[in-house]
Design a protein around this ligand. Sequence first.
Ligand SMILES: [Zn+2]
Ligand SMILES: [Zn+2]
Length: 193
Amino acid sequence: MKSSNRDRKCKTCGVVFSYRSKNEKNCPPCRPVRGPRRHLPKLMEEQGRICPLCDTALPEETDASIHVDHLWPVKFGGTDNYENLQAVHIKCNRKKNATIALEGHKVVKDILCEVVDGSRVSIRGTRSDCRIILDDNKRQSICRLWVKRKKVYLGVLDENKRETKHRIGSFETIRDFADEIRATSQRYLTDEQ
Ligand SMILES: [Zn+2]
Ligand SMILES: [Zn+2]
């Protein structure tokens, strides 16, 4: 019979530990941090140890209640690059519910903040295919956001209400179309008068 000894010495500190796979050379505490969590120390420093979702302090870096969150979700192709990450409380992340509809709505409201009150800008549709509209009037579509095969698209309208579709790579890239979004809203507001 083959030996089933799965104990070995840690390459770094020398402690004996039992390994789960043959290429595990370090005991759990000595194992290098991989994935997005490796950016945690820098994120914590840059954020001033504050969770951007609730604006309160984060615990120590080693605390398991900190989650490294992707600003542009992985399911839509978001990467583990530093720029796409933020350190947040796990409980805040669970509440975040990042959908294209909700996050996109926030950005569009912000783009329009000087044009129209945010309470007049609402969403219709589903979490993955929605229209952002003015005054809850479906004939006053400001833009459309939808997901197809893990890619996210933004549709903006010209003065004839013809839609041009753009693939976007983050919520922030909606701002590249701020002029179109403002112009569309202005047209509805002018029609009102
Ligand atoms: Zn070790
Ligand atoms: Zn928080």
